[in-house]
Design a protein around this ligand. Structure first.
Ligand code: ZN
Length: 132
């Protein structure tokens, strides 16, 4: 079970949403620079940069040159989804509560320090996050 207070959750949620807005702005700019209309399949022009469906459209794109940003955006979407489902802050491997200090430093953390270390030993130094 999560030990995070509603106030702490609000702080983390704010961090995630702020970072998401930054990434969306960056990916939008990248889309313009690329000279290709990557959003062709998305109907019409997209609206509010905070719009969740826009985020989902963008993460579906194959913005290979922005792989890191897309990966981070996906991680943020998953974190916000876990907040909605009240599972945020629980390690996805062992189910224990991830300490608030870790979440504050790394709001998209899905695992406790121990499980993350084990995960990285198995999958290499890079965080390989499973797709939804
Ligand atoms: Zn764990």
């Amino acid at each position: 079970m999560s030990e995070i207070s509603p106030e702490q959750m609000a702080v983390l949620s704010g961090k995630l949403r702020g970072r998401r807005a930054e990434l969306l702005a960056l990916l939008r700019a990248a889309r313009k620079d690329s000279g290709r209309d990557n959003l062709q399949q998305a109907s019409g022009e997209v609206g509010d940069p905070g719009d969740e469906s826009l985020a989902l459209q963008l993460v579906d794109l194959n913005l290979a040159e922005r792989e890191n940003e897309v990966r981070e955006l996906r991680a943020i979407e998953r974190a916000l989804e876990r907040m909605r489902e009240n599972t945020y802050g629980d390690c996805i491997d062992c189910g224990c509560a991830i300490p608030y200090a870790r979440l504050e430093a790394y709001p998209t953390a899905e695992r406790c320090t121990e499980c993350q270390a084990r995960h990285e030993r198995v999958y290499g130094g890079r965080d390989v996050t499973p797709t939804l």
